[in-house]
Design a protein around this ligand. Structure first.
Ligand SMILES: *Cc1c(COP(=O)(O)O)cnc(C)c1O
Length: 429
């Protein structure tokens, strides 16, 4: 059974001041996990996790991770600015973008970020934009074909828009070496949300063998290998969680078998996890406000896909707990829906749940990564607040909910909206 990290009483206390819907984060869980990640790779001298900012771009949460030595993995100007704002600059930033606007390279370089080029054509693009190369550069690798793990998980890098072939990567390295680059990194991201302790070790093996070939053939000094993201979390109750300690040991074994004998044991390992760092430690808190009985049974809640898009776009499963009914039998079959004028706006389809009464608080699990951050304003919906539950049970709003005035703020020539929304109930909700 999946557990909530907060009690119904605590939620009722928060809701008195912060109306639903909102995303709630568990500081204790984030800290314990960040410490476990650090420990799992502590055998590697240069190890660093670069948190994928896109997963949960909140400065308070990023600052908590920073206490564990975690840097920022950015892919846009805004994410770079956010990282700088929490004090991550220089080699604390990995800039892993694609289809990049040249001005973003300029700012990344100004911050001293490590730039990870997605494509061979980006070598010239970077040079044209920035003028010269820094001492350290990285390139993203795409092995092509079908990537299959020993346990059967497959993905299709041959159909992926990211990364360079081995030949392209060698060419990029050779060009950059001739232009003064001294330290090289290799990066690859092949499969998303893997639920196996084998993914990182198998990817590491692929990249370590590649690194040995590349260093031998190009003479480029490879100083780091970035395993990127993709370590998954158990969204479903029957899923088995990854064990980061076992994953770290698996990578160590590959490191000792491949890199150490090749005289490359000084290579630093980097990771760029998003989902694994914060995913399980966030929940979308929402209230049941309507029920409909048509061909199916529907429960309407006050959150919608604009607060959590994953079910609508990937059909992703997010577990739901009805607060106070944790032990009640799941006698009903519901579609749990939001209010968007889109039929995909359903947090759950044909879900077995206990009988839901209007006013019940629903806890939608595992929204701590790619949850709030994918939010959008369709149907004029406003982004929700984010609340952090501290270890001692106190809590803090770490991002206020958007107001209608925020929505109208980009209509520069229509200040009249400010006047109109004044006095409208809930317009400032
Ligand atoms: C999304 C992304 C990540 C993080 O992926 P998770 O699956 O959340 O761990 C890391 N690196 C890059 C380049 C990404 O695009």
């Amino acid at each position: 059974m999946k557990k909530t990290f907060v009690t119904k009483e605590k939620l009722q206390e928060i809701i008195k001041e912060v109306p639903t819907p909102f995303h709630l984060y568990d500081e204790k869980g984030i800290r314990e996990n960040a410490a476990a990640v650090k420990k799992a790779f502590s055998w590697n001298k240069g190890y660093r996790e670069y948190f994928a900012v896109k997963a949960e771009p909140n400065p308070v949460l990023m600052s908590i991770l920073k206490e564990y030595g975690v840097g920022s993995d950015c892919s846009s100007l805004t994410e770079l600015i956010l990282s700088r704002a929490i004090g991550n600059t220089g080699d604390m930033i990995m800039f892993s973008s694609n289809d990049t606007d040249p001005y973003e390279y300029v700012y990344a370089n100004e911050l001293g970020a490590i730039v990870n080029l997605d494509d061979l054509t980006m070598v010239k693009c970077f040079e044209d934009a920035v003028g010269q190369f820094p001492k350290t550069m990285s390139c993203r690798f795409n092995p092509g074909g079908i990537y299959q793990l020993s346990n059967g998980i497959m993905d299709n890098p041959g159909d992926s828009k990211y990364g360079m072939t081995e030949e392209q990567l060698k060419e990029a390295f050779t060009i950059m070496k001739s232009k003064g680059v001294e330290n090289f990194g290799i990066h690859s991201f092949l499969v998303s949300n893997t639920l196996t302790n084998d993914y990182y070790p198998e990817l590491a093996r692929t990249l370590f063998e590649l690194a040995v070939r590349v260093q031998k053939e190009t003479g480029c000094h490879i100083t780091f290998i970035n395993l990127s993201g993709g370590v998954g979390i158990p969204y479903k109750p029957e899923d088995k969680a990854n064990d980061i300690a076992i994953i770290g040991e698996g990578v160590r074994k590959a490191f000792e078998e491949i890199l150490v004998p090749a005289g490359m044991g000084d290579i630093a390992l980097y990771t760029e996890m998003g989902r694994f760092m914060t995913g399980p430690y966030g929940a979308l808190i929402t209230t049941a406000i309507h029920e409909k009985h048509i061909m199916k049974e529907y429960i309407g809640v006050d959150a919608c896909a604009a607060n959590l898009m994953r079910p609508a776009i990937y059909g992703a499963y997010h577990h739901i707990t009805v607060m106070g009914k944790e032990d009640a039998p799941a006698t009903e079959t519901y579609d749990v829906t939001g209010s968007l004028c889109e039929n995909c706006d359903k947090f759950a389809v044909d879900r077995k749940l206990p009988k839901i009464d209007m006013g019940d608080i629903l806890y939608i699990h595992d929204t701590g990564a790619h949850g709030f951050s994918m939010g959008y304003n369709y149907n004029g919906k406003l982004r929700s607040a984010e609340v952090l539950l501290h270890e001692d049970g106190t809590w803090e709003v770490i991002r206020r909910a958007e107001k209608t005035t925020d929505y109208f703020a980009t209509f520069d020539n229509m200040p009249v909206y400010e006047e109109i929304v004044k006095g409208i109930p809930n317009a400032d909700k």
